[in-house]
Design a binder for this molecule. Sequence first.
Ligand SMILES: O=c1ccn([C@@H]2O[C@H](COP(=O)(O)O)[C@@H](O)[C@H]2O)c(=O)[nH]1
Length: 235
Amino acid sequence: MEHPRDRLIVALDLPSVDAAEAVIDRLGEGVTFYKIGYQLAFAGGLALAQKLIFSGRRVFIDLKLHDIGNTVEKGVESIARMGATFLTVHAYPQTMKAAVQGRGDSNLRILAVTVLTSYDDADLAAAGYDFTVPELVAERAAQAHDIGIDGLVCSAEEAAMLRPKIGHGMALVTPGIRPSGAEVGDQKRVKTPRDAILAGADYLVVGRPIVAAANPRAAADAIVAEIEAAVNEQV
Ligand SMILES: O=c1ccn([C@@H]2O[C@H](COP(=O)(O)O)[C@@H](O)[C@H]2O)c(=O)[nH]1
């Protein structure tokens, strides 16, 4: 299993490359894995991703692709050439199959987003789904598994239920992580770092609790220490 530090993925949800580089500098050796999503990707973040990869950091491109198969496949091929570690797509069968095709035998790992962690059962009903969150997560996880997807984005609330269904070959990547007492914001399915690890999460995605902290390095170090303590509890 990886070092606890390497299981923390910091979401660089920041308005500019300058702002992101300032946070990366403050995090120093404390963080090895970064996620780049909409906000930064459309503000120069893909060039920053390349720079981070060249400097030995791992990068998760969180663009949650969803389009016709040919477009997804070609987009994934381009991202695979960048040397990113993770890329998200929505967990629709056509999209997932195209992403697996586009990833080919590159080192890029495709993560399927099951149900966003800002959704609860009422949000799913409002979007027209006749499933509870755990039901839809389980259904999409099973489809992702059969299609050959490399991992799932889900809440840590679903991690314990998913592990026996998907085995250890797929990574469980969990946003919606909040240290005890931290503001939840728009997240609806949350767990602490400790509880996420004990539930079976492989990687924890943390944005605001680190990048908006007065001392991002101290916030990241505290989460890594909590991951480490939880790992020791498991053995
Ligand atoms: O279901 C999902 C999928 C992706 N995310 C992303 O993770 C981070 C979480 O940031 P916080 O500030 O820690 O809430 C953010 O970039 C989301 O786009 C998610 O939260 N839930």
